[in-house]
Design a protein around this ligand. Structure first.
Ligand code: AMP
Ligand code: MG
Length: 368
């Protein structure tokens, strides 16, 4: 199959493809999604096939507003309605009990459905023009990092889907927060740019954090609330390690400026020494740091065996979330054997960033 690539002028054509049961990758504010008609079992099957994704890992259904959501769920609870009014369009996915309109293929066999209204003009127009809700998981091959630009989608899914709408690089870069409202207490199943603190403050009730987020794994006997959790998530080809100091791990943001600098230098020295040793053993090494600590590392080696990549400035969490998946893809392309990444702050949106970094590192964190 030839994959057509168009700018946003291709929206009408894209909507036509969705209506006749085809697949279109499109930009959202979080990552690129791989969209198909959410009401069609065949479209859902095509999505699983294109991604190479297990079919019991449910898809997020994208709608253009509360009105679209109503026929898809048995009830929009009071909490759900307030959350939609406050956070939609935006990076918050809500899980509610589904009606018959959502086929089991779309919901991965569950009796709930995940709903989101994306804050991206291209995505919203595509949904409206299609006239149907759009099921869309991230537009990557299963096991690869979520795509944050159209080129990533083309690399993974070129030749496997009908069309890619290129809306430029995304703004957030990590997938939406997922909040389960289908049982008694609201539970966060995946951290994203809408934080647990924000949700708790808004609902006036502490939202639970699914234990799988904290441990990074789901055991065989555990029944995962987000089915995706039981599958191995993206890990780069390289063995990746997060590195931090005890001081920073224990004190986090409460750490003073001088202590922060001490902690940074200690972390960088350890990473430098380790990298030097491995380079001398013939390994290819990647280092992931922040703008503030870049001066502590050597320049990239001309032969490409060592490269140091900057996630962004600590002052701007969104530059960091936006860069992570792109940089991990770059390390893969450079065939690195090892990646050392400085751990970031766990606070606020940092919790989502660290969650993706911990998964990429297979939970390996070195604490100095
Ligand atoms: P992706 O869009 O590729 O990031 O994947 C969608 C994520 O949403 C997966 O991890 C799913 O497990 C989760 N998800 C979708 N629908 C549900 C649902 N009904 N209940 C729990 N988790 C869901
Ligand atoms: Mg995904």
């Amino acid at each position: 199959m030839e994959t057509i690539i168009r700018g946003i002028e291709g929206i009408e054509e894209a909507a036509e493809i969705i209506r006749r049961g085809g697949l279109v990758a499109f930009p959202t504010e979080t990552v690129y999604g791989l969209g198909g008609n959410a009401l069609s079992p065949e479209a859902a099957r095509k999505i699983y096939a294109a991604k190479g994704r297990p079919s019991d890992n449910p898809l997020i259904v994208h709608v253009s507003g509360i009105k679209d959501a109503e026929p898809l769920v048995t009830e929009i609870t009071e909490d759900a309605r307030r959350l939609m009014a406050r956070f939609w369009p935006g990076p918050l996915t809500l899980i509610l009990r589904k009606t018959e309109r959502i086929p089991r293929e779309t919901s991965g066999g569950l009796d709930t459905v995940a709903l989101r209204c994306p804050e991206n003009a291209c995505a919203l127009r595509l949904i409206s023009e299609s006239g149907v809700p759009i099921a869309a998981p991230s537009a990557n091959l299963s096991g690869k990092p979520s795509p944050t630009e159209a080129g990533h989608v083309a690399k993974d899914l070129g030749g496997r889907i009908d069309m890619i709408l290129d809306g430029g690089p995304v703004g957030i870069g990590v997938e939406s927060s997922i909040l389960d409202l289908s049982t008694g207490t609201p539970i966060l199943l995946r951290p994203g740019a809408v934080t647990a603190e924000e949700l708790s403050a808004f609902l006036g009730q502490k939202v639970g954090i699914d234990p799988a987020i904290l441990s990074g794994t789901v055991s065989e006997t555990m029944h995962p609330r987000a089915p995706g959790m039981k599958y191995r998530h993206y890990a780069p080809e390289a063995e990746m390690y997060l590195v931090t100091t005890r001081l920073f791990r224990d004190r986090g943001e409460a750490i003073g400026r001088e202590e922060r600098e001490l902690s940074d230098r200690r972390t960088a020295r350890w990473i430098r020494e380790r990298a030097e040793r491995e380079l001398s053993e013939g390994k290819r090494v990647g280092i992931l740091c922040v703008k503030e600590t870049r001066p502590f590392y050597p320049p990239d080696s001309p032969d490409g065996t060592l490269s140091v990549k900057v996630l962004g400035s600590r002052e701007e969490m969104l530059t960091m979330t936006r860069s992570l998946f792109r940089l991990l893809r770059e390390f893969d392309e450079e065939k690195k054997d090892r990646i050392y990444a400085e751990s970031c702050s766990d606070r606020g949106v940092g919790f989502a960033l660290m969650n993706r970094m911990r998964k990429a590192a297979g939970m390996r964190e070195i604490i100095l």
